[in-house]
Design a protein around this ligand. Structure first.
Ligand code: ZN
Length: 311
């Protein structure tokens, strides 16, 4: 049975950094955002985290061969159809309350289980990390038959998330052809509420969910990583966290299939809080996001007044 650590949360919450650091732990293989593998890798042949085109990456070639007898055997149209049919935020209440899921949910989840199991075997890892983030996918995976699913729910201050969504970020894996999506602060605030609530619901359905605050994760990564390792059932040796030092971490090459451009970073990466939103997000928008997200910001222990945010 494949063991997967699913990183969930709204985009721009720091899941890529969390994934990269988890990928350095012994017996862990980080796969990137598997939800995008079908289109961006199988169809568009974008770059793997190792720098090679997906079709040229030996790791993913072996995973495809083991999981499906080769990627050419995957009916991508069918995967897209299934995704549109079952992996929708509006379906979450139904997925969370159903006694039995429709056959299409099982069929869609099976594609992921196969990728996870094959990636574990090819890499020799005991645990694979999928940083797909989407709450609806996590709810779908709850129905996967042969999967040991654990979820790390990454939350970040909604106002920092909103600020990040207003910025322009290019996607180097498309060689400059595309930029990452942008959302208005009002829209990202609503998404923040919906996605974070969905992970709370998942926990209430019996899936092991560990919630972490991104700001704490980067402030004290050693403690945070040791805690996540314990949650994932990984026994750490004395030098297993030596890649993390004061204020930075050293990253090796990985095979993240898709996701934030940070998946290409190799070598030293700074670990520090990014509270740029406190001064850069216009106060009108800051108040709007703070009001829309107030109940859950409070529940997660975030100060509602920006003056209380430590710099
Ligand atoms: Zn690769």
């Amino acid at each position: 049975m494949a063991r997967v650590l699913f990183l969930g949360g709204l985009g721009r919450s720091g899941t890529t950094l969390v994934e990269r650091l988890l990928g350095e732990l012994p017996g862990v293989c980080a796969l990137g955002e598997v939800v995008h593998l079908w289109q961006r890798d199988l169809r568009d042949d974008e770059r793997c985290g190792c720098g090679a085109r997906f079709s040229a990456c030996q790791f993913w070639r072996r995973v495809g061969a083991l999981a499906f007898g080769g990627w050419h055997n995957v009916d991508v149209d069918r995967v897209h159809y299934l995704r549109a049919a079952v992996e929708r935020t509006r379906h979450i209440p139904r997925l969370a309350t159903a006694v039995e899921a429709p056959e299409e949910v099982h069929e869609y989840a099976e594609y992921y289980s196969r990728v996870y199991a094959a990636a574990a075997e090819v890499s020799g890892a005991r645990i694979v990390v999928d940083s797909s983030k989407h709450s609806a996918l996590a709810h779908v995976l709850r129905w996967a038959g042969d999967l040991n699913l654990r979820v790390v729910h990454v939350v970040r201050d909604a106002r920092g998330v909103a600020y990040s969504w207003t910025k322009t970020v290019s996607r180097p894996e498309t060689d400059g052809a595309a930029e990452m999506t942008r959302y208005s602060p009002g829209r990202s605030a609503l998404l923040w509420n919906a996605h974070n609530a969905a992970f709370g619901l998942l926990a209430r359905r019996g899936v092991p969910v560990r919630r972490i605050r991104y700001e704490e994760f980067v402030s004290d990564p050693l403690v945070a990583l040791a805690d996540l390792a314990s949650f994932a059932g990984i026994v750490l040796g004395p030098s297993d966290l030596s890649f993390v030092e004061d204020g930075h971490a050293d990253l090796k090459v990985g095979h993240s299939a898709a996701g934030n451009p940070m998946r290409f970073t190799v070598g030293r990466v700074a670990l520090r809080r990014d509270d740029a939103w406190v001064s850069a997000l216009p106060s009108r928008q800051r108040r709007l996001v703070g009001a829309v997200c107030a109940p859950m910001l409070r529940a997660y222990g975030y100060p509602l007044s920006p003056s209380e945010v430590s710099r």
